[in-house]
Design a protein around this ligand. Sequence first.
Ligand code: GLA
Length: 712
Amino acid sequence: MIIKNGNTVHLQGREISYIMMVSEKGDLLNFHFGKRLDESDYSLMYDEWKKGGFISNDLCLDELAQEYPSYGYRDLRMPAYEVENIYGNMLSQLKVKDFIVHENETAQIEGMPSLFAGDKKADTLEVVLCDDAIALEVHLYYTVFDEYNIIARNAVIINKADANVTLKRAYSASIDLPKGDYDMITFPGAWGDERNIVRTPLKRSVMLEAETSRYTSHNLNSFVMIAGSEANEDMGDVYGFSLIYSGNHSTAVKTEMYGDVRIMQGINPFQFKKELKPGESFATPQSVICYSDSGFGKMSREYHDVYRNNLMRSKFTHMDRPILINNWEATYFEFDEEKLVNMAKIAHDAGIELFVLDDGWFGKRDTDNCSLGDWVADKKKLPNGIEGLAEKINAIGMKFGLWFEPEMVSPDSDLYRAHPDWAISVKERTPIEGRQQLILDLSKNEVCEYIIEAVSSVLRNANVEYVKWDFNRMMTDMPYPGFNHAFTLGFYKVMKGITEAFPNVLFEGCCSGGGRFDPGVLAYMPQIWTSDNSDAVARMKIQYGTSMCYPPSSISSHVTAVPNHQCGRLTSLDARADTAYIGTFGYELDITQTPKEEIEEIRKQIAFDKKIQPLVREGDFYRLQNPFDSNFCSWQMVSKDKKHTVVYAAKILVDAHTFTGTLKLKGLDPDKKYKDTKTGAVYSGAYLMYKGKRMNYERNDFSTEIIELVEA
Ligand code: GLA
């Protein structure tokens, strides 16, 4: 809901208020962002705050919380945008010209995904700001949902002058939090070790920037939290910043001279530049900002709900996902039709529903040094083509899925020989290869059209019901500042084109594992391969970190063979499945080598996963024990009606104590009775939450438990 009152505008979400004020000089200020206030006219408070030091004097805006700060005016802090203007300097001052309320509308951003209303009530405020001296207009958009504790922000910058100007920085949002003790929480990592959790205290005058100058990246996710230093999983103030974007990103955080904290999120200004001709505009991606008054858990549940209901467009978002088996770790590049069909037969017999053929099916790709771009089946391996293989898999009773890496080209490929200029390069240097491949230049429309057609033609000609969309190298030799954004827009054009043309195909994102796990990808692909590291113990941390922002149903997790191919660890089949259930479940192993007893186990695992899928997809997620700072890892899903819950619990390393403690559950109804579906034992919700359940782990490392409870 949006309430205009005097010189204030009040955005009200479920439990939050975001109130802006206009100073007598026309500056756009923030008055409050936090717990919900009533609909009073807060413009009456302006004088009181002004006297109390809210406004220090005429020359200085440093004490004021601003909405989109300029450079070279009265604020000495970091600016949200920088424009080299028609006079050749970078000075700017924005004044409020208008507030426009778009009732029952969400902000639409040209060429980029953003939140949609769906069946929720959402309104959007457009604030028109002007710098008349340089004929610059900035439109700030704020979408607020009655049902959520989020504000989604983006900006559009318009050059109204009659000469070109150069945009050098354009954050999506800027927020100034009042003085306090805060920590910044980021999600850094590496290949096979994505989304660790790092908490850094914000000291006075310290500037921290969570940024990458490539795609979303393994090394730093675009989700950032600013939390009160006392905040934890269940209590304390937390502010979340999540960018719906898959390119260079930055969340810049600085504790300023009066102890307040400025946070800005958007496209990374490093390697960014955009020339705006007269009349041209630039739209930033959308930053989804969330406030939780009760710690990280509540914040995660908010993001999970918002993203699965109001971002993810795929019809599969709210549908059961087929249990899949992927051949990558089973065969790598060495397979033929017969081997695949044999695997599929056994997999089908075990209850697996979808057979996915990974890398190596096209061109002459027997290793990773060639053929990306030549999306035509290798007849040596697949004499009947993809169409023939899909028919055979379908005849067994399974769906068929296929791997692509469409944004890439191998120098040894027909595509590269025909269009060397389609690969990203600069004339004066030899293009840099990564995994012996180059990246296609998605800033070119013809390249995007080619990709859409190349993938579409395979999907049109064969019954492919699932696509794994991979991206397997770092971005290096970008031809000019601003290229990364142009590439990202090309990626979204391709995503939109393909996913809208094939709404019945389930798409899974991938980027050497989880290197592009972000809301921009989720807008089109409802699940993402979380990490190439599928070791159950490594996955505890990876999935725990990923769950901070992303819904469990988007977290693709497979049972793979042991010794684990990434780190060599041995874990039980149970531990591997238990760790994968609260995610999107599947297998990635050579099932033709799996012993009979294990196939029996797999059959049971699949039946269990199918039973809990609706809960995992739509329920509330609670983290119980943190593997980053304990020997335990546990999490829990609770259905919205609190009648059904599934708990995953792990003790990582065994010790001599036979008593392994209690596990306190969360999110249940204290007055309901819950029955353990395995043991038949009945407990009250209060007992499970306040006394806790006694855990009896096995006397070996990596012992896990899955407990399912239903209302008795
Ligand atoms: C990436 C993916 C893997 C697999 C290989 C194929 O590393 O993350 O799952 O698809 O590529 O080359």
